[in-house]
Each structure stands twice: as C-alpha cells, then as structure tokens.
Design a protein around this ligand. Structure first.
Ligand SMILES: CC(C)(COP(=O)(O)OP(=O)(O)OC[C@H]1O[C@@H](n2cnc3c(N)ncnc32)[C@H](O)[C@@H]1OP(=O)(O)O)[C@@H](O)C(=O)NCCC(=O)NCCS
Length: 255
C-alpha cells in the first residue's frame, strides 16, 4: 500500500496523468482494487490512448514526491448507442454521434481520504463531459457494498439507475453493482414505465377527485331533502373512495 502520513496541510493540485506516472499508478490500482488491470490499461492511461484521466498530487510534499500521484480518475468516451444504458437516455436515433463519459477507475490513497479529493476529480470529469456538445451523461459502476463511493456519488447528485446482479466476479464470487449516472448538457432521464404509471395514476386521481367533489356537492344538496340515514351511507362511501385514491407511485428511479 502506498502509505503516506500527512503531517501538514496538503496542497492538492490536479493535472493530467503522464507517462512518468506509470509505476505509481499501477501500484495504487493494485493497492485499492480487488480487480487486476492489464498492463495495456495502464499504458493507455498514461499515454492518453482512448482514455482521459486526471491525477491529484500533493505539492506540499518534499521535492521528488510533490508531483507523485495520490489520487486519480480514469475515463473513456463511449458512443451512447453502443452503451449498455442506451435505454436510459432520451436518445434520438438521428443523432448517432451522441456520447457518454464512462468512469473506469477512481481512487485516492488512504491517508488522503475525506479531504474532498475524489469529489474534485469527479467534478473535473463532469466539467469535461459538459464541454463535449455530444455528451449526454457521465456514468459508472460501483460495487454494492462500497459505502464511501456510493455516498460520494449520491452527494454529487448522481442518480442510481440499476442494480446489476452478479456484475463483478471477485475472488470467484459474484458481486452486485449499482449503475450511477449524472446527466449533462440539459439531458434528462427518460420516463421509465414506473413514471408513466405514476403520472397516469395522478391524472386519474385528479379526475376522480373532481368527479367525487361534484358528487359530494350533489349529495349535500340531496341530503338537505333526504332522510338522515341515507346521508350517513353516502358519507362512508366518500371516505372509502378517498382512501383508495390515495395510492400513488413512488417516482422515476429504482435501485
Ligand atoms: C471512494 C473514494 C475514491 C473516495 O475518496 P475521497 O477523496 O475520500 O472522497 P471525498 O473526500 O471527496 O468524499 C468522501 C465522502 O465519503 C464519506 N465517507 C467516508 N467513508 C465513508 C463510509 N464508510 N460510509 C459512507 N460515507 C463515507 C466522507 O464523509 C465524505 O463525504 P462528505 O463530504 O459528505 O463528508 C476513496 O474512498 C477510495 O479511493 N476508495 C477505494 C477505491 C474505490 O472504492 N473507488 C471507487 C470505485 S467506484
């Protein structure tokens, strides 16, 4: 593990990852992730081959270490139509050049955690994605029990769209993942079936309400003319209808 003691206030700065980061980057990945990455992955990261990445360094460390990575985020641009989340986008088939930014890896050395470094790295990714006119969203997978990461994405307003059962294979065990997404450039999540049902129920509810209100009005008018027993029966029915109409959907997303 790259174990660094911080005995001072770090001065964190962010920069692109470069070829001289290769060794440290590989070491930190090995320390932080249960999944092994191929040497080709690191080669592509440090050389910027199809991968865009940012590193975090602590400028207040002694010379020789002040440019050494203590955090990183690596991303890849993917075509929306070729992604697994095509169905979760308001995708116009005529615009076949629509893209997404996929976060491949994100990590911060343990002694530098909870200082907002990952938050800043993900912000860089969002800023980058927002500046690509064809980009619709930033998305990623996270293992279902990674509480710090899940907390981070939720705090940054990522939306959890799916639970993917057995997505990862770690030490021979299937592990679930969550798919988180952050829409950019004014893109909104499309209506899910659940949202459509919710809207339909709300629409029907308002319709029922106005009918019920009209009926009640008539009942009151009639009650002024009818004997008392009938009035009680009508009021019970109205209360029951009100209860049954209160059932609503829960919203657009599901986990
Ligand atoms: C996830 C990770 C990148 C976060 O890095 P970081 O620089 O510490 O993140 P930040 O400081 O920006 O934010 C951390 C947030 O998580 C919270 N947090 C820390 N530990 C937590 C825990 N066990 N459960 C829930 N939240 C936790 C912090 O309180 C902080 O939230 P706050 O700003 O509301 O106080 C880092 O923990 C890490 O490298 N983990 C190992 C690799 C990894 O899991 N990567 C993510 C793969 S998807």
């Amino acid at each position: 593990m790259v174990d660094l003691k911080i005995s001072h206030h770090p001065t964190i700065s962010y920069r692109p990852i470069k070829p001289s980061d290769l060794e440290v980057l590989e070491k930190i990945h090995g320390d932080l992730f249960p999944i092994r990455y191929e040497p080709e992955f690191f080669y592509n990261v440090v050389n910027g081959c199809d991968i865009v990445s940012w590193g975090a360094v602590d400028r207040s460390r002694p010379d020789g270490q002040s440019d050494e990575l203590i955090g990183f985020v690596t991303t890849r641009i993917v075509l929306a139509k070729e992604s697994e989340i095509e169905d979760l986008l308001r995708y116009e088939s005529s615009k076949s050049d629509q893209t997404l930014v996929y976060i491949l890896t994100l990590g911060v050395v343990e002694s530098y955690r909870n200082l907002g470094i990952a938050t800043s790295l993900v912000r860089e990714v969002i800023k980058y994605a927002s500046n690509i006119p064809t980009c619709q969203a930033v998305y990623l997978h996270v293992i279902s029990y990674n509480s710090p990461a899940i907390h981070l994405y939720k705090k940054m307003s990522f939306q959890c769209l799916r639970r993917l059962y057995g997505f990862y294979m770690i030490n021979g065990q299937h592990e679930d993942a969550y798919l988180f997404i952050y829409y950019v450039n004014g893109v909104q999540s499309p209506c899910s079936l659940l949202e459509l049902v919710t809207r339909l129920v709300a629409y029907m509810r308002s319709g029922f309400k106005s009918v019920a209100a009209r009926l009640r009005k008539n009942e009151v008018k009639k009650a002024l003319r009818w004997p008392k027993g009938t009035e009680t029966c009508c009021l019970t029915t109205a209360a029951q209808s009100k209860r049954s109409l209160r059932t609503e959907g829960t919203g657009c997303q599901f986990v």
